[in-house]
Design a protein around this ligand. Structure first.
Ligand code: ZN
Length: 454
């Protein structure tokens, strides 16, 4: 049995950076004690920081990395990308999804993420009929997370309609569709699978205001635990805003605010297109804005009003969503760069004069991410789970840096290759840049992709 006490040359603690930090971890994966200027424990070289939650993942979309980057005959948009995505989604079987998700989760761990927020909307067989076990595909995501050793907040998706006002779903959506009753039955199965597992939490993801009516969502919310996290895509696309306004007279974020009592239990995924008033109200509600900056850039969604949202005290978290890249450092960098490009400024999101932009962004996304995932993570401190990323201080981009400079040089330059180690619940799953089950998981993934691409 490996030592459950670790020693780091430096670590980012809630009170700031500290040297010679020993962290004792209990059998349940929770941190029992943290001692600065101490000795003892298995030495892990590098700088320890709390690992980042990835609050928005669609595992199956990992398959189509780079396959929607060819110009079409007409104007390319989110909606033409969605057609390519639906094509892949219609072909995957349960073993395929498990293989793809396991590979994705290994990649997340190697990049510094320790929790996957899996917004899982593939439910049924390719012809739309339920599997013998209706929760089959979501259970496969749990199994993939187990193989990779990542924590997971499973967010099975409630999807009923093809557009605002209860429009019928289109063919490409037939694997997603549930009634309130069939959804709640599936949710009950998943609640049993998550109940006693230390790395699992269960929530719900109403897909969007296009796919659920407020009445349907309320009916389902009445049937699940009152503290389960709720994630919803909202205001990602201008067309979605226009359709929402012409249907209801309200913009999507307004419609959400008018119909539901938003709180930290809620994560608004994207929330890209908001008026100043919506930004202020969303921030004041305590709901987390779940941002996916590299996916939003790839899809041409638009720019989230991050400077205003943070000024209003709003909470943020990050997710890799379509997995065009899987990297907390790149998503935080893209978030900051989007504001710089729009406002022609620098250090747009730093908390104040002299503050590190990397540290500000990292701290904000850790806090919002832990809330959004309802997982006991986000700090190297007693009572938190031992989810710890370790940066390689010998990486050429990090040489000679200390404290917040390490975060800035990692986020703005070094990226994923500077993540040397990962602990999840005290389990040492990435060692010197290699995941402990990387070879087996990658071989299975290669075989799956080759078969699906032919
Ligand atoms: Zn999404």
């Amino acid at each position: 049995m490996e030592s459950r006490k670790f020693h780091f040359a430096q670590a980012l603690l809630p009170e700031g950076w500290a040297k010679d930090v020993s962290v004792a971890v209990g059998a349940n994966g929770m941190i029992q004690s943290v001692t600065a200027n101490g000795r003892g424990g298995r030495k892990i070289m590098g700088a320890a920081i709390p690992a980042m939650p990835n609050v928005h993942s669609h595992a199956h979309q990992r398959l189509m990395q780079g396959l929607a980057e060819k110009a079409g005959p007409g104007a390319d948009s989110f909606w033409t990308w969605r057609e390519v995505m639906y094509g892949f989604a219609l072909r995957l079987g349960p073993d395929d999804l498990e293989a793809v998700a396991a590979q994705l989760y290994v990649e997340m761990l190697k990049a510094g993420f320790s929790v996957a927020g899996e917004f899982q909307y593939l439910h049924h067989q390719p012809d739309g009929a339920p599997y013998d076990e209706p929760a089959e595909l979501s259970l496969r995501c749990l199994s993939a997370a187990e193989q990779a050793g990542i924590a997971i907040t499973l967010l099975p998706t409630l999807y009923a309609h093809g557009g605002f006002g209860g429009q019928p779903p289109v063919t490409g959506q037939r694997r997603f569709i549930h009634s309130a009753d069939s959804y709640l039955r599936m949710h009950e199965t998943l609640a049993k699978a998550c109940a006693t597992h230390p790395l699992r939490r269960l929530g719900i993801s109403p897909h969007s205001l296009r796919a659920v009516t407020p009445a349907l969502l309320q009916e389902v919310l009445n049937g699940i635990a009152p503290d389960a996290p709720v994630h919803i895509h909202v205001a990602e696309q201008v067309k979605e805003v226009e359709d929402c306004v012409s249907f209801s007279g309200l913009r999507p974020v307004e419609m959400l605010l008018e119909n539901f009592d938003l709180s930290p239990r809620w994560t608004a995924i994207h929330a890209t297109h908001m008026t100043a008033r919506e930004t202020q109200r969303l921030a004041a509600s305590g709901a987390v804005a779940g941002l996916c900056p590299t996916t939003e850039a790839n899809l041409g969604d638009g720019i989230f009003p991050a400077t205003d949202h943070l000024k209003e005290g709003g909470a943020i978290a990050i997710g890799s969503d379509s997995h065009i890249t899987v990297s907390p450092s790149e998503d935080l960098r893209m978030l900051e760069y989007s504001q710089r490009l729009r406002d022609r400024t620098r250090n747009a999101l730093a908390s104040g004069p002299g503050a590190s932009t990397g540290r500000t962004l990292y701290a904000a996304a850790l806090k919002g991410g832990a809330t959004s995932m309802t997982q006991p993570v986000g700090a190297i401190a007693r009572g938190h789970r031992a989810d710890i990323a370790v940066l390689d201080t010998e990486h050429p981009s990090l040489i000679g840096r200390s404290e917040d400079q390490l975060l800035d040089s990692w986020i703005f330059s070094a990226g994923n290759p500077a993540v040397a180690h990962m602990l999840v619940g005290g389990e040492h799953v990435v060692k010197n840049g290699r995941h402990i089950r990387e070879d087996d998981i990658e071989t299975r993934f290669r075989n799956t992709v080759r078969r699906l691409m032919t």
